[in-house]
Design a protein around this ligand. Sequence first.
Ligand SMILES: [Zn+2]
Length: 197
Amino acid sequence: MVASSLWIRLRSMVDTLTPAQRSALMSRIRGVDTKPELAVRRALHAQGYRYRIHSRGLPGRPDVVFTKRRIAVFVHGCFWHRHGCAKTSDPKSHVEFWQTKFESNVERDHRNQALLIRDGWRVFVAWECEVEKDETLFGRLADFLGPPRLSEPATRQSGRRRGVHATCNTAPSTTCPTRTSSARCGWRRWPRHRART
Ligand SMILES: [Zn+2]
């Protein structure tokens, strides 16, 4: 889960609350349909993958679930889930409270992933910063998932063909799901999108 913009704003306020108020506020932290989550879902959908979201019956309620493939994808916010990247800042006050909170988040993530793996699931974690900046993310995710069942015939094998986006491996008739510029995806002559007929 990723902190919503609301939470980014509220984060500085949390320190002034009573424990009960803070607890109530924290319980609402599990934002859904956040920007990185939507970006991942949009990319997957554009590549022909079909999935369920926020599957309640599974440990940790994974953000994207491929039931038949038995694959669970989490889109983790770097701050809340302590990625260790530049976005993983440390609050300057109430250090102990935040330390406990973060430790329990990380512990819960590990526990949920272990439960899923025990039950025969494979787990992929997409970090917020990767969704934003790592142009290899969607390629790695596609490799992890295997070919989409509903894809257009061209997507996987046509990576070397002219007109196919090099990184996200998308056929010319679709938009780049990563929504990055052609230069960032390594494809310099990204053709204009043609309407599918
Ligand atoms: Zn990160």
